[in-house]
Design a binder for this molecule. Sequence first.
Ligand code: COI
Length: 353
Amino acid sequence: MLDIRITKTEHPKEKPSGKLGFGKVFTDHMFIMNYEEGKGWFDPRIEPFHNLSLSPATMVFHYAQEMFEGLKAYKGVDGNNYCFRPDMNARRTNLSNKRLCIPQIPEEDFVQAVTTLVSVDADWIPTEPGTSLYIRPFIIATDAFLGVAVSKTYLFMIILSPSGAYYESGLDPVGIWIEDDYVRAVRGGMGFAKTGGNYAASLIGQEKAHNDGYAQVLWLDGVERKYIEEVGSMNIFFKIDGKIVTPMLNGSILPGITRDSVIRICKDWGFEVEERKISVDELLEAQQNGKLEEVFGTGTAAVISPVGKLRYKDDVMTIGDGKTGEISHKLYETVTGIQLGKLEDKYGWRVKI
Ligand code: COI
């Protein structure tokens, strides 16, 4: 158990008013904990939100030894504050840490740090429909050294951001660009880890997509550029001929927590759920035969995001007349219903703070 020292701000900021975007506003406090080789993690503390002072030689700036997580806190309909499956973020943190040679963090310490910080800034949890307090834990390598090596010192920090929908289109279906040139990750690389490098690699595809009027990019596998992997900020699901199909976790795809929850819910609803390889050709064929019934993305930030259009080279597939599909809609209502306490949480996913 961490002994967290709390220093409250003497200058609370004004809360945002009006429509909240995503990740632009930050709360009054942040969590910080240091690591030194031989000493372990130490000095866990909550301080007023502040800038960092780091040497320009700090390793994370040069070789990107870092990881991050994303989860959310909600104001439940019963007035209590809740988090959604924080234990899964703690577990995934250590998966990412292992791949990035960052020291492990006890899972219970991760969860304690998150819930303590959220309690301190609980009055920042927004209550308008579709909003939540986005929680961003992250770890950076802090040795001031230009050699390529594993850092001996780190900072683990958590910041909070009251946020609305990730996409500007809100819950309206998004258009997705299937990238056939650049790739995001390969098996044996770090595609499964939540680390900045994966997102840096994805920017060029996202730019191409945006320049053509698409909201996001869908990545294909890095070897044959044939099989569907994931979207820039979410996992992807298809309803093909009545079955729910999603790419299997093959080492280059992020093991999404919303992905895991959606698979569980769909199975409980009686759907056959297949986690397997899906080729673009299979999608094109299903579309031509009228069997590609729905497409949606899942993610902490994106929640459930219906996809109305998929572009691959010269083909543009319009899904379900470009409107939100029935399953996407029902899943959104169910996942957010559990998160907000509107629905019974038979899975034990909602954690009271
Ligand atoms: C999340 O869904 O929490 C993410 O981390 C995606 C993203 C905003 C990069």
